[in-house]
Design a protein around this ligand. Sequence first.
Ligand code: FES
Length: 149
Amino acid sequence: MCARADLLFKDFRGEEGDLIPLLQRAQATFGFVGPEAVGAIARFLRITENQIYGVASFYAQFRFTAPARHGIKVCLGTACHVKGGAILLDSLERDLGIAPGGKTPDDQFELDRVACLGCCALAPVLTVDEDVYSSMTVNKLKETLKRYD
Ligand code: FES
């Protein structure tokens, strides 16, 4: 974090209202708000780390653990659910050994479900990182994930 720490506080004056923008910048910079970032922000704003966690945990946008290398999002919106989205999610849960919101022990994948990815005509849909996979099947799933080893 040290090399980018200066950037974290650039344009901020250490005022009370800086907390949320600083947390947002930390997450954008590091991918999560880790303990080092929380400590640095606490020192910069002259508040306690507990105060920061108290505020930040109120917002779903902040994550406090490092993300996996690849994020899988399975759509369970109406169109995708009807076309087998839940079957895809079950298969992924079984194969990866994790539930939605979880991360594999090797940090390779994390799994989540979403309400709609906005491309319902292509259902069922899932994404891996920024890649969108449409008309997905359980059979295509394993080959697809091999691309992310
Ligand atoms: S319901 Fe899945 S993309 Fe809309």
